[in-house]
Design a protein around this ligand. Structure first.
Ligand code: SF4
Length: 379
């Protein structure tokens, strides 16, 4: 089959298996991206979750020597939660960002890429490929941009004119010389909504993110949340998406093409207090299939504690005092102390003072002192 015919057959097959968008890119090194990645590292703006060196991440032939093209795919995901439980005083709910709704997208996209690979294997005798979703060396976004799936917004995300930025991206390096597609021209124009709305200033300039200030990244870290960001998360316990919520390209966007991504309201908006003492086993059973569980339960529990403090949810005070006194993890004890202080109650301050008489971890003690300072500020 001629390569152009094969390309058309791949596009047709991609529709059959539920891929929302597909594009084809060359395997030329991503030179501009390489310089940018090096700059990000030098500035301390990288997240640390990246895989591979800038050279590996921008040179497809380093990953597959016989590479001739890259196929980029995108799947749109839902944005609206039907029958969402209300988060009210006495029954506060946390929120997983939309990219964690339903089954972990890595699995769903890998399945689509495997199907595409199986299709190509039937057509091309010496076919070889390397597929990636999010955690591979290649930048999903750079590939998607080159393949014309969308343009790169000032919020650093790929924006598809049809699906907005609520899309999952994946790619397959192949040894088939498919004709590349053209990047799309559309752009942000004079809009700066995402830069203006970011509560931490993580979008330091159009198209440049300091991951170390990005709340979506910070919800996934395992240490203490930086003080200045603790009150900015609201009820988000995993991810953060203001820069997408305000984007005009996402207005009215809500695609339900994939049953795997349909959210269970009780899972994506769980009761905060239910998370505090959840066992490893129950956590795995309930949340293990979601993308948001990849760092384990501790970051989510820390964020749940912060949310309870932020909302001054005093109905959780006893549970938090119990965590402060007995949890073996310093981050949880210290964060609980901070949130107890934030609630500004006499019994809370007394509990912190008492706990300080036997707490030995210096970092936790610092958090306890911070908790007590909320009282000082009030007086
Ligand atoms: Fe671009 Fe505006 Fe969307 Fe930001 S909010 S990505 S500036 S269109």
């Amino acid at each position: 089959m001629a390569y152009q015919d094969l390309k058309e057959a791949v596009i047709a097959y991609s529709k059959e298996i539920g891929i929302d968008q597909i594009g084809f890119a060359s395997v030329e090194p991503f030179k501009e991206l390489k310089a940018r990645l090096e700059e990000q590292q030098a500035l301390g703006y990288a997240s640390g979750f990246e895989k591979g060196t800038p050279e590996e991440r921008t040179t497809p032939r380093k990953l597959q020597p016989e590479a001739e093209s890259i196929i980029a795919i995108a799947l749109a995901y839902p944005t609206k939660l039907k029958d969402a439980p209300k988060s009210v005083k006495g029954d506060r709910r946390g929120m997983f960002c939309r990219a964690s709704w339903g089954t972990d997208y890595h699995e769903v996209l890998r399945d689509k890429l495997n199907k595409l690979a199986a299709f190509l294997e039937e057509q091309v005798s010496d076919f070889c490929h390397t597929s990636m979703v999010d955690t591979g060396e290649l930048s999903d976004r750079a590939v998607a941009e080159r393949a014309g799936v969308g343009f790169s917004g000032k919020n650093t995300l790929i924006i598809s004119p049809e699906f907005g930025s609520y899309i999952y991206l994946g790619e397959m390096i192949t040894n088939i010389p498919f004709t590349p597609d053209q990047p799309i021209e559309e752009g942000c124009g004079t809009c700066t909504k995402c830069l203006d709305a970011c509560p931490t200033g993580a979008l330091v300039e159009p198209g440049r993110l300091n991951a170390q200030q990005c709340l979506a990244f910070l919800t996934q870290t395992k240490g203490f949340m930086p003080d200045e960001h603790r009150d900015k998360l609201g009820n988000f316990i995993y991810g953060f998406e203001t820069c997408q919520a305000v984007c005009p390209y996402n207005r009215g966007v809500d695609f339900h093409h994939h049953s795997e991504f349909e959210p269970d309201p009780e899972l994506v908006k769980p009761r905060l207090t239910d998370l505090l003492n959840i066992s490893n086993r129950e956590f795995k059973e309930k949340f293990g299939a979601m993308a948001g569980s990849w760092r384990g339960k501790k970051p989510l529990q820390r964020n749940a504690i912060l949310a309870l403090g932020h909302y001054k949810e005093t109905s959780a005070l006893d549970q938090l005092i119990d965590l402060m006194n007995h949890d073996p993890r310093p981050v949880i004890r210290g964060t609980a102390a901070w949130s107890i202080g934030k609630m500004d109650t006499e019994s809370g301050f007394r509990a912190i003072q008492q706990a300080m008489t036997y707490e030995t971890d210096p970092e936790v003690i610092v958090e306890m002192e911070k908790g007590l300072r909320f009282k000082t500020i009030k007086q």
